[in-house]
Design a protein around this ligand. Structure first.
Ligand code: FEO
Ligand code: CA
Ligand code: CA
Length: 640
């Protein structure tokens, strides 16, 4: 999601006060620190000379970079083609029915429940059959993050009704589709016994330490063990045993509380208005005054087994409750699973989860509840390039009853507050994390933070060094001994985004290559090429300081040299997000989210600003988010 439906430019973390002179002082001391530190890229000096995290090898960028673009189409590097595969409203292929999309948006809520949801985001590919490693047949599992109700209904918000709320809820969640490659072209296999939609109303089990806690109990679910739905599914991840992880991000936007907001709700951004979804008007559980525990049932990582269409999704509470961006997997030497996770809001934290047990390669079913047991940590970035993972286990690090945490369930339900207590580092909106396939170094996009260093807001620090950080940056770290379970690490900044040619010294970047802003999606291919997807907000795209950057795009970095090349540009008003490849690396799937988004609150196709008709053209009625499949015309490996 690029445009703030309330939360992304607001701050729910307690501000740090600081006078302007204090800010200057911190800024100065940071420079002094840097003189002797390994953070030279911050000063615009060449990348690749950093000594803390630079891996020894890299993937070669074999394509020719393309120019920035403001065209209303997808452009991709020479020698590649990109084809639309799965658009909002396309039938998922369920054996229960396959309603066709109606370009006037007159599909019913019931039909929407059997069609692609809106605003595709995180995506993963699972070979079919399970374990086969096939690159020609598989399941694509993807998130549908949110809805633009101006587009979703023929008459937008007019005549708001229970049916419209239900259609919006059914356009949220996850798609599981079966896809196959024939004659070099991917298509959705329909019908498929695997195909299904998971929506904001699908029943899911709550599991892990917070399951059944009093704070999760509601009148409809007095045991606190079953939640209806998953919402604002942003990025995700996967497990080594072939399940999909979907991450609940800006879930607070759906709730409304018109009375005094309890601290627990305020810390996560629940407010009196919500962000325009208006579900509370016809679905009482989104009234956070009447149902104060319902918000506690969102903000989790949800595990879905795509190979079993009858399986019930599971909310894994051990991984904490935040505005989860994604969950990037690393494996320890003894096969415990580690997930790196960003909490995407200004001044929020970076987390990791380390499972207690090793996963069982030989017995898939034995991993059923592996994600229910483990340790959650939050990151603290030292000014000298050192870093620490602080244990968020109840009873440790002041996470005790006197500080509001009576149990581990309390810590997990109030993960942000636990991060506050232990003094984690407030970051510039942590989005995706990515783990290098060979050396296990970890990269994280910090997409932007216009409030950094503003009056009464947290000051710059070494890890977030730019006042008014409108372009964002990418930080990286090496765990000690390259052990993902380590509790200490060394970090540096990989790149400051933004145009190096801009005169404003506060905003310039140090990119070696093609400029971009607001990095968000982040992913390593198996060769170690780092793919970076951008989510510059629509309102920012129109600003002079972004003039040379064009539409949102996907670039690729050679991390050994710092060289960055533009690979793809999206249509007008879109965000590029979600990335997966087939095991052979010869097909890449990405998502084009919210093409044609305007800077108004909701995207009305009658609005003269609604300039995108991607992907269907003027006769298509309205722009549609879509998955595209990218192939090399010579059938080679993507990026070579
Ligand atoms: Fe849904 Fe932070 O992007
Ligand atoms: Ca994102
Ligand atoms: Ca974003």
């Amino acid at each position: 999601m690029s445009k703030g439906y309330g939360d992304q430019e607001t701050i729910n973390n307690a501000p740090i006060s600081g006078t302007f002179s204090e800010l200057l002082e911190v800024s100065l001391s940071r420079r002094q620190i840097l003189k002797g530190a390994s953070l030279l890229p911050l000063l615009g000096l060449p990348l690749g000379c950093a000594t803390t995290a630079g891996p020894p090898d890299s993937g070669e960028l074999g394509f020719s970079a393309i120019s920035a673009s403001s065209e209303d189409r997808v452009r991709v590097a020479h020698g590649y083609d990109a084809r639309v595969l799965y658009r909002w409203g396309d039938p998922v292929g369920s054996t229960a029915g396959m309603p066709v999309f109606k370009s006037d948006a007159s599909n019913t809520a019931a039909e929407q429940a059997l069609q692609a949801g809106m605003h595709h985001d995180g995506i993963e590919f699972f070979s079919l059959p399970y374990g086969s490693g096939s690159s020609e047949r598989g399941l694509l599992v993807m998130n549908h993050e949110y809805t633009d109700d101006g587009l979703l209904h023929g008459d937008g918000f007019a005549n708001w009704s229970a049916e419209k709320v239900l259609k919006s809820q059914n356009a949220h969640g996850v798609s599981v589709i079966e896809v196959e490659l024939r004659n070099g072209i991917w298509s959705v296999a329909r019908p498929s016994r695997y195909a299904r939609r998971i929506t904001a109303r699908t029943a899911m089990r709550v599991s892990g330490p917070a399951a059944g806690h009093a704070s999760l109990q509601t009148s409809a679910d007095p045991l606190g063990l079953e939640v209806l739905g998953t919402i604002n599914n942003c990025a995700g991840g996967y497990t080594p045993w072939g399940t999909y992880l979907t991450c609940e991000e800006n879930w607070n936007n759906y709730f409304v509380n018109t009375s005094t907001i309890p601290d627990e709700q305020r810390r996560y951004g629940v407010n009196a208005k919500g962000s325009g979804y208006r579900w509370n008007e016809f679905d009482a559980r989104f009234d956070a005054l009447a149902h104060p525990n319902e918000p506690n049932r969102f903000g989790w990582v949800v595990e879905i087994d795509p190979f079993n269409p009858d399986s019930k999704p599971v909310k894994r509470t051990a991984l904490g409750r935040i505005k989860h961006e994604g969950a990037a997997l690393a494996l320890t030497a003894d096969n415990r699973v580690v997930y790196y996770m960003g909490d995407d809001q200004q001044f929020e934290y970076i987390y990791k989860f380390v499972s207690r047990d090793a996963y069982n390669k030989a017995d898939r079913a034995a991993n059923r509840d592996l994600l229910d047991h483990g340790t959650l940590y939050v990151a603290k970035f030292g000014a000298d390039g050192s870093g620490e993972w602080i244990d968020l286990s109840h009873g440790k690090n002041n996470l005790t009853a006197i500080n509001g945490f009576a149990s581990q369930a309390d810590v997990l339900i109030k993960t942000r507050q636990a991060g506050d207590v232990v003094g984690a580092t407030k970051m510039d909106r942590p989005e995706w994390t990515a783990v290098h396939p060979k050396d296990k170094s970890v990269y994280c996009t910090l997409t932007n933070n216009s409030a950094r260093g503003a009056k009464d807001q947290p000051r710059v620090d070494a890890a977030n060094p730019r006042v008014n950080n409108t372009f964002g940056h990418i930080i990286r770290w090496n765990e000690d001994r390259s052990d993902p379970a380590a509790t200490t690490f060394r970090w540096d900044i990989f790149v400051m985004a933004g145009d190096p040619l801009l005169a404003d010294a506060n905003k310039h970047g140090n990119i070696k290559g093609d400029v971009f802003g607001s990095p968000d999606g982040l992913w390593f291919d198996t060769a170690g090429r780092l793919w970076i997807q951008t989510d510059v907000s629509t309102s920012t795209l129109g600003r002079n300081d972004y003039a040379g950057i064009g539409n949102n795009q996907m670039v690729c970095a050679d991390i050994a040299t710092g060289r960055i090349k533009r690979f793809l540009t999206g249509p007008k008003g879109c965000e590029i997000t979600g990335i997966a490849e087939t095991p052979d690396g010869r097909t890449m799937f990405i998502n084009i989210q919210h093409p044609g988004e305007t800077s108004s609150e909701r995207n009305d196709p009658a609005n003269p600003q609604a300039v995108s008709t991607w992907p269907d053209g003027p006769e298509g009625g309205r722009p549609r988010a879509a998955t595209i499949a990218i192939r090399k015309t010579d059938r080679g490996v993507i990026g070579t």
